[in-house]
Design a protein around this ligand. Structure first.
Ligand code: NAD
Ligand code: UD1
Length: 336
């Protein structure tokens, strides 16, 4: 029995595929390389020392998916494939709704038709919106998303929950990620954004390597300990391990379960800059600028449900996240 990993050539999917292969799972990766490169697959092989099947396929291609299910005995799907840039989603909402929601519906149809009813889905802390206080718990009301990307995550959670309500044989595990950063210790894979990064850590590493002149800190007048935004950064390898626990849960029986994957610790933008400088020995020039539209002051998880029910908790601290992000950037100044 195999695990199908959609979006497995991407940042989180590649790290998760390595952990799966190293734990003895039979892995099938599917990706359309919209936001990743074939080289990622070579690196997964090199790091894991194992092999896997690969399909270049789009999750909106029902016939392509049917072929993947017909040719393999797939027990469960870990579904990472999707578009994830917040700013781009505001400019191209239809593409985001079609790819993320339409693609997930097509994937679930193919799963249903093949009799495979176990899915682990990549959701996001963004579904908590801006009205819930941190620490964020899974039983707080989701909603109030502020951009089409976030809304796709919210709607997909609804699609999956309606699917489970219609047929209790499904086993759905929804994972709400906080802020994944860091990279595999080998320095062979990591986050490889196209163009100018939107997110904090890739921006910092590109300043440190000299590709960008300085970091713009988006506001220092938030009600936080130093005025800059506070987030729950989580090492991508911890996140990958969380998927192993989630897929075990999905395979153990039917149900609909939602878990935060975070550390429960909040760090400000300036805390991260300082931790990065210490871990890398590089200075990071920064300029305080205005707030970014749609940002909130503080967002961190209560990760206790995942610990209690999945037996998972994050192991890495901010120092390792920064050191590993830098190791990846330093070894791959132009990405993959
Ligand atoms: P990523 O862009 O690196 O990986 C996504 C992969 O999906 C890419 O390889 C891309 O080519 C592929 N893909 C996109 N659309 C596809 C389609 N229609 N058919 C087949 N493949 C397709 O992103 P990531 O950071 O690894 O994120 C993985 C998932 O986790 C996404 O769903 C994302 O929304 C979610 N997520 C990410 C973060 C984060 O900060 N990175 C946070 C919360 C949730
Ligand atoms: C972003 C996404 C969110 C997604 C989350 C998970 C946006 C608006 N939101 O959230 O949907 O679920 O990633 O990874 O993109 N910052 C700077 N300068 C920069 C970049 C960021 O000061 O150049 C600050 C931000 O204001 C924020 C913190 O750094 O306080 C983290 O930002 P970012 O990495 O973009 O993540 P989120 O905003 O938490």
């Amino acid at each position: 029995m195999a695990i199908l990993v959609t979006g497995g050539a991407g940042y989180i999917g590649s790290h998760t595929s390595i952990e799966l292969i190293q734990s003895g799972y039979d892995v099938i990766i599917l990706d359309n390389f919209y936001n990743s490169k074939p080289e990622a697959l070579n690196r997964i092989k090199k790091i894991s020392g194992g092999d896997f099947k690969f399909y270049e396929c789009d999750i909106r291609d029902k016939a392509g998916l049917d072929k993947v299910f017909a040719e393999n005995d797939i027990e469960a799907v870990i579904h990472f494939a999707g578009l994830k840039a917040v700013g781009e989603s505001c400019r191209k909402p239809l593409e985001y709704y079609e790819n993320n929601i339409g693609g997930t519906v097509t994937l679930c149809e193919a799963m249903r038709d093949a009799g495979c009813k176990k899915i682990v889905f990549s959701s996001s802390a963004t579904v908590y919106g801006s009205n819930n206080p941190s620490p964020l718990r899974e039983d707080m009301p989701a909603g109030g998303t502020t951009n089409p990307y976030g809304t796709t995550k919210l709607y997909i959670e609804t699609v999956l929950s309606d699917l489970y309500a219609s047929d209790n044989e499904w086993s759905v595990v929804i994972l709400r990620y906080f802020n994944p950063i860091g990279a595999h210790k080998s320095g062979l894979i990591g986050e490889d954004p196209n163009g100018i990064p939107n997110n904090l850590m890739p921006y910092i590493t590109q300043v440190a390597i000299g590709k960008l002149d300085h970091l713009n800190v988006f506001g220092d007048d938030y009600p936080t300990h130093d005025g800059t935004g506070v987030r729950d950064y989580i090492h991508v390898v911890d996140l990958a391990q969380g998927h192993l626990c989630a897929v075990k849960k999905a395979c153990a029986g039917s149900g609909l379960n939602i878990y935060n994957l975070g550390t429960g610790n909040g760090y400000s933008v300036l805390d991260v800059v300082k931790a990065f400088e210490k871990a890398s020995g590089q200075q990071v020039k920064y300029v305080i600028g205005p707030r970014r539209d749609g940002d909130i002051a503080t967002c961190y998880s209560d990760p206790s449900k995942a610990k209690a029910e999945l037996g998972w908790e994050a192991m890495y601290g901010i120092e390792e996240m920064c050191a590993d992000s830098w190791n990846w950037q330093k070894n791959n100044p132009q990405g993959l």
